[in-house]
Design a protein around this ligand. Sequence first.
Ligand code: GAL
Length: 447
Amino acid sequence: MRRTLLIASLAVAGMLAAACGSSGSGDAGDSGSSSGTSGSQPSGSGQSGSTEGGAGGDVGIFTWWADGSEKDGLDALVKIFGEKYPNDKFVNLAVAGGAGSNAKAKLAADLQAGNPPDSFQGHAGAELTDYINNGQIEPLDDLYKAEGWNDVFPKDLLARLTVDGHIYSVPSNIHRANVVWANNEVLTKAGLDPKSPPKDIDAWIADMDKIKASGVDTPLSIGGTWTQVELLETVLISDLGADGYNGLFDGKTGWDSDGVTKAIEHYKTLLSYANTAADGDDWPGATDMVIDGTAAYNVMGDWAVAEFNSKNKKDGEDYSYFAVPGQDGVYDFLADSFTLPKGAKNPEGTKDWLRTIGSADGQKAFNLAKGSIPARTDVAADDFPPYQQWAMDQFKKDTIVSSIAHGAAVSLGWGTDISNAVSKFYGSKDVAELQAALVQAAQNNMK
Ligand code: GAL
């Protein structure tokens, strides 16, 4: 089943995009208009607020948006939740650590122990399918119908939230993982033009040599293991192309192929230009190295733009961004979505939270703060700053592929096996050993 979903979802070039990010009627009336009494009462065309002031009681929300700009995004949602549902009390169950590096283990233990939060974040695609196949989350078909959401989210995104005809979560955003963030001053000093990004990985490495020669020891910044997985996945996209990369997840591309060897060699070379990182180092530290000029480049998902904003850096003046070299026209995609776990203590409160996530004003407030673009198609692009306008435009045109590091392409178990292999490689730098471990991970986990 999962494989069917994946194959279907990987064949999406431009389709998600066709629907997403288009300028629409803006913040189309999702706030207010609370009427009716039951969370599952139909409330008409896309209107939310089908409980008067909310169900009441604690609503425990589990995320890893615990600090900094990620918490700012969560706070923006919580504000709207409070306005729409004043009876409900938001309880923050966030566990710090980018990409859920600590949160996912805690969540798994809580779910296993029959102690779920009222809602948790799960990535659209393979990761969410795990929770569905494990019987850990409830379908939300009625809520989708009542809120009119089948018409406002891109069809191919909905397909990634659906198993056996039932839909299981509400997407809050769409992030892009394959972005290079660059410090303009550092590039200029090295004789490079921030407006002319390198064309492929080899040209990028040549630019890093120039940056080193200009006196910057670590042209590339990295954080802990998951940021390294993200870097590796982007190199795989460059060296295999979008189709070749997609084939890694359905068996059409061998993990033992020459293309993967080439990518690992490239990845090894890139690491030789990077700072030393410990397993648990989080992403803001790596992005801050670009902000403060101790590095020229950081490959990071577009939550990074919120970090630049929080340090008052100016788009185009202080920093620039471009797709990882060799993959212009490819959008390495992930989407956060929120669930109703089986056995949640306050399921009606959860539905209030989910209505907030799915509302146009919730999506606008959250994504403005988070750096991502709205999953809904009716939130106006004009209301967003330049980065997100660029991302919305690219998302419409680009070939969409799924992120490994952020649960879109691989299941939780597969992701863990890849992370362990990448972590080991950071110490060993043994290309053959990493490739063998990636082959093994695919054998163990591909369904
Ligand atoms: C991703 C998540 C993003 C962002 C990032 C860094 O997995 O989808 O929303 O939080 O991790 O923590």
